[in-house]
Design a protein around this ligand. Structure first.
Ligand code: PLP
Length: 350
């Protein structure tokens, strides 16, 4: 008999950083508008420093840092990194120091995530690059510097995705499976953001284990579909190994759509700004311009193309990121103005 997934997961130490479960909300107004039965998994409501996906992921990484007797967490990211905000908050919860290496990019004003990082007193090192994926070497150099000063640094890679942090989304997946069961929901699809693919792989692992075989649709925020699928394969194998699962077992349908990125990571596209406005004005729920706004733009776009049958149950994961709204004030103001002066609201079809 294979070990139940929950038992395999329980072998890994975890430092609780948020109360769970997060709600699974039915969005009645948007359901009517999109001709769907639309549900939102509210991981924007994890209760660590304005929430998001990272608290679940960091629970496993902070446990490893504590086990390694670390004194300081070190990570890197963009100036508006949600991961930097939540690594800082997690370090504070665990009584650790924290250094974040961030890119001095076009969103480096003291706003949004960067403001919260400063408020929580992280040691912030801004590097002159627009490419936050290239900061890994700078962060490693900071680790060496801290070690030479007598600290014990624990490095968490950009975006916080590691095989162990993916376990946070296996746990979230078990939670979602239970919520779907309680409501007797059989989703036609589950939409998630796809950055590194950690959320997608963690959730899919738990869903498939429970026999839920619907398409899991990742909306890419930065990479081509092919690059995302390669990463997903890597995480799938690494997570399978941790949980003693056969990596070659059937994965069920996994799709990645790279058509909503825009020019580059973080580009506040028209479709994304419309999606933010639509969710906010219909449901009073705030999305963000980098992740959840793009996921909802993808969902609306797919629905406008008739992807899901009338009344089908669709779940979208809201992974947070909303503090970045304030760093995108210029784009949002211009968009609001455009929509208000033209009398338009985001098109019914997406
Ligand atoms: C708010 C938010 N959603 C989604 C993601 C991407 O998640 P993943 O890297 O697991 O695909 C991130 C990663 O930085 C994030 O900050």
């Amino acid at each position: 008999m294979p070990e139940p997934l929950a038992d395999a997961l329980a072998r890994y130490p975890r430092v609780p950083l948020t109360r769970t479960p997060t709600p699974l909300d039915c969005l009645s107004h948007l359901s009517a508008e999109l001709d769907l039965d639309l549900h939102l998994k509210r991981d924007d409501l994890t209760d660590l420093a304005l929430g998001g996906d990272k608290p679940r992921k960091l629970e496993y990484e902070v446990a490893r840092a504590v086990a390694a007797e670390a004194t300081v967490l070190v990570t890197c990211g963009s100036a508006q990194s949600n991961h930097a905000r939540l690594t800082t908050a997690a370090a504070r919860r665990a009584g650790l120091r924290v250094t974040v290496v961030l890119s001095r990019d076009e969103r480096a004003a003291l706003q949004g995530n960067l403001l919260t990082v400063r408020l929580m007193g992280a040691d912030v090192r801004l590097c002159d690059t627009a490419d936050h994926w290239a900061l890994q070497d700078d962060a490693r150099a900071v680790c060496d510097e801290l070690r030479a000063a007598g600290e014990e640094p624990y490095f968490i890679p950009v975006s916080g995705s590691t095989p162990h942090s993916c376990l946070g989304y296996v746990r979230a997946g078990l939670e979602l499976v239970e919520q779907l069961g309680e409501r007797a929901l059989e989703p036609a699809a589950i939409y998630v953001p796809c950055g590194t693919g950690g959320i997608l792989v963690g959730l899919t692992t738990a869903l498939r284990d429970a026999g839920i075989e619907c398409p899991v649709v990742g909306i890419s925020v930065n990479r081509s579909t092919e690059q995302c699928l390669t990463r997903i394969d890597e995480w799938w194998r690494a997570v399978s190994e941790l949980l003693d699962l056969d990596p070659d077992r059937p994965r069920g349908p996994i799709e990645v759509d790279d058509g909503y990125i825009g020019r580059e990571y973080g580009d506040p596209t028209e479709a994304c700004l419309d999606a933010i406005l639509r969710m906010a004005s219909r449901e009073g729920i705030l999305l963000d311009p980098v992740y959840s706004g793009k996921v909802f733009a993808g969902l609306c776009g797919h629905q406008a193309a008739g992807r899901w049958p009338a009344g089908a149950s669709v779940v979208m994961v809201h992974s947070g990121g909303t503090p970045a709204l304030f760093a995108y004030q210029d784009a949002l103001e211009a968009h609001l103005e455009r929509r208000l002066t033209s009398g338009e609201t985001p098109a019914r079809s997406g």
